[in-house]
Unconditional design. Sequence first.
Length: 349
Amino acid sequence: MVVKNVVGIDVAQQELVVTVGSMDADLNTQIIGSKVFKNTLTAFEKLVQWVNKMTKNSPVPRYVMEATGVYHESLAYWLDKRGLEVSIVLPNKISSYARTLTVKTVTDKTASEAIMLFGLERKLDRWSRPDPTYKKLRQLCRERGQLIVERTGLKNQLHAENAEAEPNKQSIERTNKRINLLNKQEKEISQEISVLIKEKPELNNNITLICSIPGVSVLTAATVLAETNGFELIKSKRQITSYAGLDVKEKQSGTTVKGKPRISKKGNRYIRKAMYMPALAALRYNDRFKAVYARLVARHGIKMKAGVAVQRKLLEMMFTIFKTQTPFDRNYLKKQNNRLQKISGTTKM
């Protein structure tokens, strides 16, 4: 007797690789069928019809997929609008689970099978649409980020043109006009972000709390909250670092093959980019982060690696402050040392 049906979906920009599986009362699992669909609105109806055919006269299926950038959103919204059960899982959870399976070859099909099995074996929360405020905030922050990249490129181009022996005045004028236009648009977007935050008291309060951390600006806090939908799927500090791609990966095989530890970068690049400047500011003005940086540099001598560790610590702190609703305490280290000294003194007595 089938007690559970799950549809595992590996989402890509152009296609959806779908695997339907079931679990019986004895917890045995089996694959019912696999198929590939286009990632388009017209194909979603065909997908659901096929799934209904595969799971006829058995429990209502749950559709499970990874949070893959923005490519999964159209399908998730479409399914949710029709009252179907949807669960969205962080990619690192699926990756960790897939490593426990016996499958050696990784393909889109095996990935969808892993997602399906994960859904069968785990009790997943039903996904609900994020607050529209976070969606709009994410769009604005990404637009601003793209604009800044474009403006930086133009400024580099302008510098090169001015350095030429005989610069083209018309080219310089046009480049300056484009830079001025981008400056104006960046100002408009920043104003829209500010208005959006002020209109939402809860969002405004959360950003104020996060900005209590030295070096963290309103735009940095807004970007992190927007990219995580207010830490909606994040349950731990380890998950947020993995979601951002700031977790450390180390390749080692026995005693003969050992690669250098490095960050995975398999995560949200917008968060990683947003954490760079705050980490530099924190190193200048915060003793706690200075101590972390100095300790790591003394250990392995790699400044870039220590800088990434500070970014990771800073992001974890933002998550903790958001969850506890407690502002940053500049005297935390001093209080901890005093507390340890008191404990040590009590123990000696």
